[in-house]
Design a protein around this ligand. Structure first.
Ligand code: FAD
Length: 473
């Protein structure tokens, strides 16, 4: 590995100019720290290029000199993939200034957007053109399109629209040797050999730096209905989803499972969140329906379908949001759950998926196994049950020292992951592998799949300069 000599520093500084150059420790700190403080890295410089050509030139200089690069978006990732190691020999390339919407075509239902564009800004631009960009997640005000692509983000509308991979038509990528691949096609159909863009989606910055993407847009729903339902069990939630999909003309956009403990914590810590029911229930489901104007009264449809579900016992009680504000309150409750865990003393987290029908079995087995290992633990599983994706998070026992609790992380991870693997599941449904899940990937992955992944890495990045220490060992 080459040292960052004065000569190389000068070349890089010339490429990005003063606006894109950060080297003072206090200014670099936010770019070097994982947002929950799980990992504090070090770097000699942080670069913030504002054109694809600048990214290409930076990577070219680094490749020539064997310098390592950590691509970074909004740094909201949950597996510590966007921060450098503590070695001090990795350069951070933050994409935040490369944030233009290059072209939005309502007729094609497509948009070409640069990697540093905030997800919320893209959603707003699509809405202004009477279109929907459907990726939606709690961090949408801070995460960037490049980060969403590099992690193949999921979020709350995957059930209807798919995850980030499903929304991509083409990519522009700076390869590890500095060349720029312009794959920004806007084609719905293109069978001309290997689908190269797929390599860079979910690669977590280990194969190149994504600088722009051509993405799909959808009709903007003219009507939505949001309801919070109390359900007797996870089994009931799965049966409910299966029954409601045809009953509502497949207009369900989100279907999120929330346990009692999560609703209690959100009501305790988040202003404006309250339990809307007059008695407590073990589980809740937040549902959203969305449809075009021609579909009739979607709120009426939701009310009818929920009344039937109450009659047949799948739902115990339900509140259909009366207005936008109440709907937003329900969503605030759901979206706060990633953060309220901090307030509740911290948690050991899992981002797992199993086939939807196996969610109840997974929850039962994993909860029992965790409580056997740590009887005072407080499981708080929540999330995208409609996708079979549960954030199976274990809150710290109230009286346990945080350090002692965290020391059990590997043990608890292994217990949970072994159960889901037996059910045909995945140890990372939407957050990726990063630095946090690398050892678990190594322990649990099919050796053939790992071998193929390493070959892809070696083919594209033979010198290992892109995001070393992440995803693969
Ligand atoms: C409150 C909250 C809620 C969340 N909810 C969800 C959720 O519902 N679903 C979900 O999937 N995630 C969720 N996340 C996780 C996170 O927001 C997503 O992983 C998001 O996609 C990360 O985007 P980012 O711009 O912050 O990327 P970063 O954190 O900056 O980077 C993530 C990874 O991508 C790489 N990377 C970033 N930009 C590029 C680029 N341009 N080219 C190549 N590699 C790049 C980085 O090196 C890193 O490995 C949540 C996070 C928070 C804090």
């Amino acid at each position: 590995m080459t040292r960052l000599t004065a000569e190389i520093r000068d070349s890089l500084r010339q490429i990005v100019g003063e606006k894109g150059w950060i080297d003072k420790p206090a200014d670099m700190a936010p770019y070097l720290t994982e947002w929950r403080g799980l990992l504090i890295g070090d770097a000699p410089i942080v670069l913030r290029p504002d054109t694809t050509e600048q990214v290409g030139a930076i990577v070219g200089v680094c490749a020539k000199n064997g310098l390592r690069i950590v691509p970074q978006g909004g740094n909201t990732g949950l597996v510590a993939g966007a921060v450098p190691s503590a070695s001090g020999n990795q350069i951070v390339v933050n994409l935040g200034r490369l944030n233009r919407i290059r072209e939005l075509d309502p007729l094609d239902y497509t948009v070409i957007v640069e990697a540093g564009c905030l997800l919320a800004n893209l959603q707003a631009a699509a809405k202004a053109a009477d279109r929907l960009f459907p990726l939606s997640l709690g961090a949408e005000g801070s995460c960037q399109i490049g980060g969403n692509l590099a992690t193949n983000a999921g979020g709350v509308m995957t059930l209807r629209y798919g995850n980030m991979r499903d929304l991509v038509l083409g990519l522009e990528v700076v390869l590890p040797d500095g060349r720029i691949w312009n794959g920004l096609r806007r084609l719905r159909k293109n069978n001309t050999g290997y689908d190269l863009k797929q390599l860079f989606i979910a690669a977590e910055g280990t194969l190149g730096i994504i600088t722009a993407a051509a993405l799909k847009l959808f009709p903007l729903p003219q009507q939505t209905a949001i309801a919070l339902m109390a359900v007797p069990s996870p089994e009931a939630s799965v049966a409910l989803l299966a029954a409601l999909r045809p009953r509502t003309g497949d207009t369900i956009t989100a279907f999120e499972l929330v346990p009692r403990l999560a609703l209690e914590l959100a009501s305790q810590y988040v202003p404006g969140v309250a339990d809307p029911f007059d008695r407590s229930h073990p589980w809740y489901v937040l549902i959203e329906l969305g449809a075009g104007g021609e579909r009739g009264d979607i709120r009426g449809l939701a009310e009818e379908a929920l009344a039937e579900a109450i009659e047949n016992g799948l739902v115990l009680d339900a509140v259909v949001a009366l207005n936008v504000t109440q709907g937003q309150q329900f969503w605030r409750m759901r979206e706060s759950l990633a953060e309220v865990q901090k307030e509740a003393g911290g948690s050991i987290r899992h981002d797992i998926s199993v086939p939807v029908s196996r969610v109840p079995r997974f929850l039962e087995d994993a909860t029992a196994a965790v409580l056997k290992a740590m009887p005072a633990a407080r499981p708080m599983p929540f999330g995208h049950v409609g996708d079979g994706n549960i954030h199976f998070n274990i809150l710290k026992p109230i009286d346990m020292e945080p350090k002692i609790f965290q020391a059990h992380t590997v043990e608890i991870n292994e217990i949970v992951h072994d159960i889901l693997l037996a059910l045909g599941g995945s140890i990372s449904a939407e957050h990726g592998i990063g630095a946090v899940r690398r050892a678990e990937l190594e322990r649990t992955a099919d050796p053939l799949e790992l071998d193929l992944m390493r070959r892809v890495k070696a083919a594209l990045d033979p010198d290992g300069i892109m995001n070393p220490g992440k995803l693969l060992t």
